[in-house]
Design a protein around this ligand. Structure first.
Ligand code: PGA
Length: 253
């Protein structure tokens, strides 16, 4: 059975004291996670060690970095390596978020390098893909997302791909309050799974967790996560509010 994940993306928000209070508040609530359900908090780099300590001993709860660099180590001032993440015990990293692609010019090719180094260090990537509004309006979103998968993931072996979680995040739905309808999410998730099946076979494609991201909140999580090919969500704004995120976790199938 493939994993379902409620992933929080704090982005560049919160002081460390606010982050601690948020984690404490969420962890203190009762959760009813099934064995295949995970909760992941993608926190800013300076909070990774604090967050890792807070979740110590918690079943099915993990901390993720929001990014990493493509090189092992060296003269890359200001960057963070996967080896550093590994040394903190971090098991997950978000790669290719649309904000990284847009503001920091991260290309599909560059992301392929980051995927490789993350896997080399046993850190599971949450690989983000998704189209801008102009592409959605032109009706070419499927081709757009296929190209992102091809250029960043298709060099992987099936065993490597199985360690990758895909997050479909239509850019027009991120932080805008404009959620894709559950039908739109399902349609794209089914497309992604069908493309993966073409390349890697149905059995492998069926094992890949595909998250939806873009204005997920307590009020819509259950319906979106209820779609057959939607295996949870990557959540920005609503992950900063204790009760919202707890309800989103409870919205997993
Ligand atoms: P949002 O962000 O939930 O605030 O739309 C989602 C994301 O960017 O991962």
């Amino acid at each position: 059975m493939r994993k379902q994940i409620a992933a929080a993306n704090w982005k560049m928000n919160l002081t460390i004291a606010q982050g601690e209070a948020l984690l404490d508040g969420i962890i203190a609530k009762p959760h009813h996670l099934k064995p295949e359900q995970l909760v992941v908090f993608a926190v800013p780099f300076p909070y990774l060690a604090m967050a890792q300590q807070k979740i110590a001993g918690k079943q099915n709860v993990f901390i993720a970095a929001q990014n990493c660099y493509s090189k092992k180590s060296g003269a890359y001032t200001g960057e963070v390596s996967v080896e550093m993440l590994q040394s903190l015990g971090i098991k997950w990293v978000v790669l290719g978020h649309s904000e990284r692609r847009e503001y920091f010019a991260e290309s599909n090719q560059f992301l392929a390098e980051k995927i490789n180094i993350a896997l080399e260090f046993d850190i599971q990537p949450i690989f983000c893909c998704g189209e801008p509004l102009s592409i959605r309006e032109a009706g070419t979103q499927n081709e757009f997302v296929t190209k992102q998968l091809e250029e960043s993931l298709y060099h992987l072996s099936a065993d490597q791909l199985k360690k990758v979680v895909i997050a479909y995040e239509p850019i027009w739905a991120i932080g805008t309050g404009k959620t894709a309808t559950s039908e739109q999410a399902q349609e794209m998730h089914a497309h992604i799974r069908a493309e993966l099946a073409k390349k890697y076979g149905k059995e492998v494609a069926d094992e890949i967790t595909i998250l939806y991201g873009g204005s997920v909140k307590a009020a819509n999580a259950k319906e979106i996560f209820g779609q057959p090919d939607v295996d949870g969500g990557l959540v920005g704004g609503a992950s900063l509010i204790i009760d919202e995120f707890v309800a989103i976790i409870e919205g997993l199938k």
